[in-house]
Design a protein. Structure first.
Length: 130
């Protein structure tokens, strides 16, 4: 039988990471995310605090902050991130640590091409003018 391997991030378990504040956790991030987290640590901490309050009241957590770095205290929450048109629900999981919220709420939808309409081709060009 195989044991399920416990998730670690840069050698630390999730329980160890959840005890750290944003500035301490930023030491384990890559350079670009680390710089962003250190510069905006108050904004991230305020968002986490607000998110915890709303999740305790069973309310939806909605945000337009697509550039927010995902920290360990957000794991397990569902955050509705605005994609330019609507709020898209994003379930935060372990593998998302260090990424930004906007990476998981796509702004462009997949284009599905259908049959060409009247006037779109040379064969139907003159029929449309009648």
């Amino acid at each position: 039988m195989e044991k399920k391997k416990e998730f670690t991030y840069r050698g630390k378990t999730i329980s160890e990471l959840k005890e750290l504040d944003v500035r301490s956790f930023s030491k384990y991030l890559k350079a670009r995310a680390r710089r962003t987290a250190i510069r905006n640590f108050q904004e991230i901490e305020n968002f986490v605090k607000r998110a915890k309050e709303k999740s305790d009241k069973k309310k939806k957590i909605k945000t337009h902050k697509r550039d927010l770095i995902i920290v360990p205290t957000l794991i397990g929450m569902t955050i509705h991130v605005h994609n330019g048109k609507e709020f898209f629900p994003v379930e935060i999981i372990n593998e998302m640590l260090g990424h930004r919220l906007g990476e998981f709420a796509l702004t462009r939808s997949k284009v599905t091409h259908t049959k060409a309409g009247v006037g779109a081709t040379k064969g139907t060009k003159h029929k449309a003018k009648k």
